[in-house]
Every structure is written in C-alpha cells, then in structure tokens.
Design a protein around this ligand. Structure first.
Ligand code: UDP
Ligand code: MG
Length: 151
C-alpha cells in the first residue's frame, strides 16, 4: 500500500447514459484521490475481450462484452493511498443488491449486468488495465493538496 498506488476505474455505458459520470468522479475527488488519466471511449469487442480475458468461458461473458461495447465508457486512472482496495470498497460488491448503501453501486444501480462501474481487483491487474486502456501513458503532476491529504 502506498500513496502512489494506482487503480483503473471505468464508468460503464449505462453509467454514461444515465448521467452518472459527474457523481462518480466527484466521489473519487472528494475522497482525496488524484485523477491522472481520463478519456471517453467507444470500446470494441476485441479490446473488451482483452480487458475481461479472465472471465472468458463464463456464461455471462458474451452478454458482458455486448453490454460494454454498447456505448462509450469513461476510462480513468486514480492515484492515492490504497487506491485499488479502497476503490473497490467505494464501488461496492459486483452484485449491486449486495452493495452497501453509500457505495456507488449500492446507491445508483440494481442489476449485476448493469452495475455502472468497474474497478481493478489487485495492484497487478490495475497495472495491466492501465497499460491496456492508456498505452499513451498517464499524466504526472503534483497535487496541490497532497500535504493536506497525506502525512
Ligand atoms: N457480471 C455479470 N454476471 C455475473 C457476474 C459478473 O453480468 O454473474 C458482470 C458484471 O458487470 C461485473 C463484470 O461482469 O461487473 C465483471 O465481473 P467480475 O467478477 O470481475 O466483477 P467486478 O470485478 O466488476 O466486481
Ligand atoms: Mg473484476
């Protein structure tokens, strides 16, 4: 766990269509994480199959790829203390019905196949996902509030 830990967070097509981009970004900003990459992308089934390679063979895989390619997604990298694990806590459980109120999924959605956001599940997968979605690299800058957020 370090203050330079990075996680890949993505707002899925339903989150974009439902106008939840601002609210989701606001939660990461307010928590104290630093945005170091951001873009709106229409992804492709080929790219999404790489992103979800670990799930190939699952019964929901074809539907998942179709859902994720059905509209633009917001791809982001957030940096800060414990970004991967805390990012997952902020998203909630995979099944929104099992997500606590106060989490993004627990507050904004109901169905596992329309759960509005993605977050990396380990530091290793975060680094793989960042490389896959941002081959151009991320942006390095000093956050003006860092000494007020971290000791
Ligand atoms: N998913 C689904 N049905 C399932 C399990 C997962 O449609 O039974 C979808 C859901 O959108 C989930 C994504 O597949 O977010 C990736 O699954 P994973 O187990 O990696 O969950 P996550 O890491 O997103 O919580
Ligand atoms: Mg996952």
């Amino acid at each position: 766990m370090s203050v330079t830990e990075r996680t890949y967070i993505m707002i899925k097509p339903d989150g974009v269509q439902r106008g939840l981009v601002g609210k989701i970004i606001q939660r990461f900003e307010e928590r104290g994480y630093k945005l170091i990459a951001l873009k709106l992308v229409q992804s492709t089934p080929e790219h999404l199959e790489k992103h979800y390679a670990d799930l190939k063979g699952k019964p929901f895989f074809p539907g998942l790829i179709k859902y994720m390619a059905s509209g633009p997604v917001v791809a982001m990298v957030w940096q800060g203390l414990d970004a991967v694990k805390t990012g997952r806590v902020m998203l909630g459980a995979t099944n929104p019905l099992a997500s606590p109120v106060g989490s993004i999924r627990g507050d904004f959605c109901l169905a596992v196949g329309r759960n509005i956001c993605h977050g990396s599940d380990s530091v290793e997968s975060a680094e793989k996902e960042i490389a896959l979605w941002f081959p151009e690299g991320v942006v390095q800058y000093t956050g003006a509030l860092e000494s007020w957020i971290f000791e």
